[in-house]
Design a protein around this ligand. Sequence first.
Ligand code: COI
Length: 358
Amino acid sequence: MMELKFELTKNPKRIPTSEELTRTHFGTLFTDHMLIIDYEKSKGWHDARVVPYGPLAFEPASCCFHYGQLIFEGLKAYKTKDGCAVIFRPEQNMIRMNESCERMCIAKIDEREFLEAIAALVKTDSAWIPTGLGTSLYVRPFIVANEAFLGVHPSNSFIFMTILSPVGPYFTSGLSPVRIYVEDKYVRAVRGGTGFVKCAGNYAASLKSQEEADAAGYSQVLWLDGVERKYIEEVGGMNIAFVIDGELVTPELNGSILPGVTRKSVIELVKSWGKPMIERKISIQELAGLHKAGRVSEAMAIGTAAVICPVGELKWGGDVMIFNNGKIGPVAQRLYDEITAIQTCDAPDKFGWVYEVK
Ligand code: COI
């Protein structure tokens, strides 16, 4: 077990109510504390500490500022009816963080020890976990390369941090279906690149497209594969699934799609319903054809931040696909209800997905 030091704040902030969170933009409020763990090649990961949330000092030559050696994760913590703090499938995020470390030449972490340190941070600020419908405490661990140099090579020092943000729904529209357009100008990732890991650069590369989507009145874009620009990959920061002929279908993982923890959970949940979620290649052309034939009844974005978010409209050039008359459909609603019930322990944890913060 890693030794963890605590320096608690002398100036606690006012904790927002759940009602306030539903009116606040996602990820704009932060709790009183953060977790920091340092890495140097000669010492390994060391000096783990929970300290007051606040600004950090970095040398301007820190290589993260120049070459973007930066990865992150996203998890959610909830409070159960009997007052326990729980985190949803954090072991999965720790595994994926190490996959990101591997791809981005960042020192690997001890998954169990780092998870225990994150849990200790969540426990410290557990009063901040909101309990209102659709609210949670979003947990954002990240690793930054902070060695000061301008040559292009991997850093020898890193900082692991975790910050906590009480949140409402990712989209201010809540569970109302969002409008998305199919991106045909920019690409997010290609096979052999970094699309399958959670590195900051993937999100930086998506901003231009997101900006254009916003200006056109859309919430997100749907990315196509970067080679043929034909196959559906994922939405902005989430995975995507469709209900086709009554079956849930999602693009198969191909090296450029992020393997989402919620995506994985949906696959396991749907399997327990007796009808597997189909993972396969699906081209935008095929989807449009199926939609025209009335065979696509629902579309939904799937992610930690978004949970399950119905897609009401998908625009592909001149083609506008409306799903379930622009309303949330029965499959998205059932997935949302069952996943959130497990996350908050309102339903039995039959898959062993809930991690209790002790
Ligand atoms: C998450 O769902 O946790 C993400 O990191 C996606 C981001 C759009 C908030």
